[in-house]
Structure formats: structure tokens, C-alpha cells
Design a protein around this ligand. Structure first.
Ligand code: PEP
Ligand code: MG
Length: 594
């Protein structure tokens, strides 16, 4: 990776990792903030009162939250003392005035003024010699983040982007990307975030070129600067010279076989040796399904319902969910839709929890959070049951690690059915499946299959948990090895168990949409795949041109390879020899080395 301080004038190329294909020449827009992300925005004098009003309401909301948290601790514990210190910051008139003055004098948005003034205070605290005072900067940063989060509550966000905007951020939240996507940005570049992080799953769904893994990016780029994003080569070029711009304005097209054109949506897909394969689409945002149907997508294999959370800024009501599920199910064709119940972590639903879970991926999330927030789970179940009276809808439970969790969810579903009956409301009888993404679920698959109607195999989390590699952390991306022997063994266990119990098994992680992994999955016995709509044509085209028998042979060779780089290289060689005429595996691997 390049040194960001290497000259701030003239062309500079920074290397990272491609996470979504495409090339863009655009203008940088730097985003700041963790939970709530924002940028510097100039406002007109007519908006000054509104902006100051937003700021005062945010301070008030932050104070209320803190008082609530402090009193929840009994009012005399350590936590209470910390939060009382935070309240004192929110009552510091000099701090508040400086922020108001900045909004007024510089005509900037409240977020920018909060960030600038808090940063100034933080620098001052850090330079103090008294250790105790010096450490106050941590509290101040916390307070700043709380005000910024409160500034995002309620009302429309005021993002307004030019059509060539390249979003630059340390890490981009999926919710921010969803909001920004309504203004059609041109590309995304971040310091961190992995191939399977939701942000980049979305970027690929939105067909936005994206590059990640560029260290200290925000120190190198400024809002308004020209930037080239090369989502094939995994690099960005800052302050590009005219001849560089020329080159990237007419980029070479990707060489991998794309597979395009429309197919009969009802036509069966078969491998060369006659195995029937089903392809479905993953959906995160409500989107026209016709493109998926045109590419032979048979319904929606995974709808991540937690994305509704962004739209409604919190738990949507039963009716809001019911309407949304109906809308999405109408889009899908007669093959139906699998809706996953909210796969959220505690910090998304409760105020003041940020930072309290050291390992959120191992914390109160998915089905565990549903058990803690049972009323909200029941609301979702009711909405799903009602929508299932009109459409073919199945329910998928996330983050399952034992069969008791499935039994618990089934019990709730039957209780809510009985309640709907007693209220005279129509409901369907959806199948209930589970996500297999936790290693414990792999090892207890036989018991889980006694309770579940089908399984959705989530390879993104399965790889993360098997290899103990954070899927969102670019620093450990080299350890995120999708073809690690433990991953392939786990997949075989699940696929074999499902087949012997005659239950459906759908692979729906990012692995299912890659021509690099599809032959491996076919060799392991997978027959159902669900993927990003844009991946459907390529996967469909490849599947129709290869034989399962060849995939099994290739897998036998792969299984002899040791884990690590040698395995990746071996796969490239084996695939290039077998199917090099169909897909350019070399370029696929150089695009993404995992
Ligand atoms: C997975 O874990 O593979 C999956 C499909 O779910 P998500 O990416 O939403 O965690
Ligand atoms: Mg998952």
C-alpha cells in the first residue's frame, strides 16, 4: 500500500483491493463519522435558523439519552459517573457557543461544525501534561459521536450529490450507502471493509465500482478533487493528469465471459451432464425483479429484512412490514421469496450500547436478539404470516446455533397464527428454514434439520466464524480464505445431511455468485444457488457449459492441495486448464485474490 504523504500535488496512485467492478472518473466527497456519516456542506443564510435548531434539538436528545442511561445504572455506579461527565460536556456553554458560531459564521452544516470544534478540543486535551485531564478526550469524542447520531434522528437526510461523486470514507456504513444511493453516486473508496461486508455486497448490487484497503485515505484526498477509481485493478488515482484521464474515460472492457441476453424465466437450467440447477436472487433493497427473471432467477432466495431498518429508522410497525413484504413478494415471480428475520446486532436497536460489546459478531445478534426482543420478533412474524396468505413466502432464521432456537421460533410462529385466527385475520403457513453460518450449526446439522424445513448456507459468516476472521476487517482479508479445507468440509457435511433428509439446501453467501467457486460448490453437491442479481447471467452461462462430473474431479484434486496461497494457485491452474475457454480465471483471481 502506498504512503499517503508522498507528495500532495501531482498525480498519485494508491493501491488497495477491488470489491466491486467498474471504472469511474469522478469528484471526491469525503465522509466522516462512525455511526452517523456526514460531510461538509455549505448552507444558505435562510437555513441558518433551521441548522441551529437541529443542533439544539440534538444536544437535548443526547442529554435525555444520557440521563436515561445514567439512571438505569442506579445513579451511583461507575457507568453513571461516566455519563454524568458526558452530560457536563453537553452543558459546557463555551463548547456549545463555538459550534453555534461556526454554523453561523462559516455557514456550514451542524455536523461539520460539531466535528471541527470537537476535534479542536480533543487535540487540546491530548496535548495536556496531566494524564487524568488528557484522557478526557475519549469522553469528549464519545459526546461528539452522540450529538452526531442525534443529528441523524428524524427527518430526511440532506445528502445532495453530483452525478460523478466518488464517496470516500474510512469505513462506509451500509445504511449510509443506501441513503446515498438514492442520489446516484459514481463509486466508493474506503480505508477498510471486506469483500463480504454488507457495504460492498450492496455496492455490487448497485453496480458501483468500489476499492477498499487504502490506508489513511482521508489524509490523502480532499473533497472536490478529481479521482479515478479502478474497480478492476484495485487502485485509485488522485489528481490524475490529462493523459491518465483519457485512458480511464474509455476503459478496456472486462475479459471474463459475461453471459448475457434474456432467457425464458421458466426454462430449466442444466449442467452438461443433466443435473438440474436452480438459481435465485439475493435482495437487500427493493428493486425491480424483472432483471433477475430475465436472467433465469427463480424467485428470491434471501431477502435481508434488516435493511428495512434503515428505511424506517428503527423497528418498522407490523403494517409497515406487512406492506413492504407484500411489495417485495409481488416483485418476485411465482417461485416465491425467502425472507430472513432481522439479522441485527444490539447496537443497532438500543441507544448507548456502542462499544459495550467487545465482539459484536459474537454478541447479541440475529436470533439471539430476537429472543431478547421477543415482542418485536412477534410483530415481524405476524407481518410475515399475513403477507404469506397472499404470496409464496418462507421464513429464514439467522445465526442459528442449535435446534432449540428453531423450536422456540416455531412455537412463536404457531402462537401468532392462533392469535391471527382469533382476530379473524388471514395468514399463510410458511415454511421455516435456517441460516447455516455458525460452525456449531454445521456440526449439529442433523438435529437442526429435524426442526427446519430447509437450510440457507451463509458462507460469508461461515468463513468468518470458522476461520476466526472478521469479514469487515480489511487488515485480515488475506486470512479470509473461502476455499480453506475446513470450509469445504463444512459445506460437504451440510449438503450431504440435507440430501439424506430430503431437505432443500441453498447456498446464498457471496461464494454462490462467483464463477470461481460455483464449480467447487457443484462438486460438493450444491444444486441451489442464490446471488446478487448482477451475477446471475455469468453464473447461469457457466453452469450450462460444465458437467458436475468434471467439477467432482476438480474437487478431488483441490482437496489434495494444502491450505494457503498454494491452494489458491492450484485452483487457478486446475480451472484454467479445464474451463479456461469459458471464464478467464486468471483475471478473476487478479481481481480478487481470495
Ligand atoms: C452469509 O452470512 O453468508 C449471508 C448470506 O448473510 P449475511 O451476508 O447477511 O450475513
Ligand atoms: Mg450471515
Amino acid at each position: 500500500m502506498s504512503d499517503p504523504d508522498e507528495g500532495k500535488t501531482g498525480e498519485l496512485t494508491l493501491y488497495g483491493r477491488s470489491v466491486s467492478r467498474g471504472v469511474t472518473v469522478g469528484t471526491a466527497l469525503c465522509l466522516y463519522g462512525a455511526k452517523r456519516q456526514y460531510y461538509r456542506r455549505e448552507i444558505g443564510s435562510e437555513d441558518l435558523d433551521r441548522e441551529n435548531g437541529r443542533f439544539s434539538s440534538a444536544v437535548l436528545a443526547a442529554k435525555e439519552q444520557l440521563s436515561e442511561i445514567a439512571s438505569a445504572d442506579g445513579g451511583d455506579g461507575n457507568q453513571a459517573r461516566i455519563f454524568e461527565t458526558h452530560i457536563l460536556f453537553l452543558e459546557d456553554l463555551s463548547l456549545l457557543r463555538q459550534i453555534e458560531t461556526m454554523i453561523h459564521d462559516q455557514r456550514v452544516n451542524a455536523e461539520w461544525a460539531v466535528k471541527t470544534v470537537i476535534d479542536k478540543y480533543v487535540t487540546r486535551y491530548k496535548s495536556l501534561s496531566d494524564r487524568h485531564l488528557q484522557e478526557k478526550y475519549i469522553d469528549l469524542e464519545d459526546v461528539g459521536e452522540r450529538i452526531l447520531t442525534a443529528l441523524g434522528g428524524g427527518g430526511e437526510n440532506s445528502y445532495s450529490l453530483d452525478s460523478d461523486t466518488v464517496i470516500i470514507a474510512k469505513e462506509l456504513n451500509p445504511s449510509t450507502l443506501i441513503e446515498l444511493s438514492r442520489k446516484h453516486p459514481a463509486a466508493v473508496v474506503t480505508e477498510s471493509g471486506g469483500w463480504t461486508s454488507h457495504t460492498f455486497i450492496l455496492a455490487r448490487e448497485l453496480e458501483l465500482p468500489a476499492v477498499t484497503g487504502i490506508r489513511q485515505l482521508l489524509r490523502s484526498v480532499e473533497t472536490g478533487e478529481k479521482i479515478v477509481v479502478d474497480g478492476y485493478g484495485g487502485k485509485v488515482i488522485l489528481r490524475p493528469a490529462e493523459d491518465t484521464l483519457e485512458k480511464f474515460r474509455s476503459p478496456e472492457k472486462e475479459t471474463a465471459a459475461a453471459g448475457s441476453g434474456s432467457v425464458d424465466p421458466e426454462a430449466a437450467l442444466e449442467t452438461l451432464d443433466g443435473f438440474q440447477i436452480t438459481l435465485r436472487a439475493n435482495l437487500d433493497i427493493t428493486r425491480d425483479f424483472t432483471a433477475a427473471a430475465r436472467s433465469g432467477g427463480k424467485g428470491i432466495g434471501l431477502y435481508r429484512s434488516e435493511f428495512l431498518f434503515n428505511q424506517f429508522r428503527g423497528y418498522p410497525s407490523e403494517d409497515e412490514q406487512y406492506e413492504s413484504y407484500l411489495r417485495i413478494a409481488e416483485e418476485a415471480n411465482s417461485h416465491g421469496i425467502r425472507i430472513r428475520t432481522f439479522d441485527l446486532s444490539i447496537n443497532r436497536v438500543a441507544v448507548g450500547i456502542d462499544g459495550r460489546e467487545k465482539n459484536p459478531a459474537l454478541g447479541l445478534r440475529g436470533i439471539r436478539l430476537s429472543k431478547r426482543y421477543e415482542a418485536e420478533f412477534r410483530t415481524q412474524v405476524r407481518a410475515l404470516l399475513r403477507a404469506a396468505s397472499m404470496h409464496s413466502i418462507s421464513i429464514v432464521l439467522p445465526m442459528i446455533s442449535d435446534c432449540e432456537e428453531v423450536k422456540w421460533a416455531r412455537k412463536i410462529v404457531s402462537e401468532e397464527k392462533a392469535r391471527l385466527d382469533s382476530e379473524g385475520l388471514e395468514h399463510g403457513d410458511p415454511e421455516i428454514g435456517v441460516m447455516i453460518e455458525v460452525p456449531a450449526a454445521v456440526l449439529s446439522i442433523d438435529r437442526i434439520l429435524e426442526e427446519a424445513d430447509f437450510v440457507n448456507i451463509g458462507t460469508n459468516d461461515l468463513v468468518q466464524y470458522l476461520l476466526a476472521v472478521d469479514r469487515d476487517n480489511e487488515e485480515v482479508a488475506d486470512w479470509f480464505r473461502t476455499v480453506h479445507s475446513s470450509v469445504l468440509k463444512s459445506l460437504r457435511i451440510v449438503l450431504d445431511a440435507a440430501r439424506s433428509k430430503e431437505k432443500g439446501a441453498l447456498v446464498c453467501g457471496e461464494m454462490a455468485g462467483s464463477p470461481l467457486y460455483v464449480p467447487i460448490l457443484l462438486g460438493l453437491g450444491a444444486r441451489e444457488f442464490s446471488m446478487n442479481i448482477n451475477s446471475l447471467p455469468r453464473v447461469r452461462s457457466l453452469v450450462s457449459k460444465i458437467a458436475v462430473e468434471e467439477c467432482e474431479e476438480a474437487l478431488e484434486e483441490i482437496e489434495l492441495l494444502p491450505d494457503g496461497d498454494e491452494r489458491d494457485e492450484g485452483i487457478r491452474r486446475i480451472f484454467q486448464e479445464k474451463w479456461g475457454g469459458l471464464v478467464d480465471f486468471d483475471s478473476l483471481l487478479s481481481f480478487r485474490r481470495r
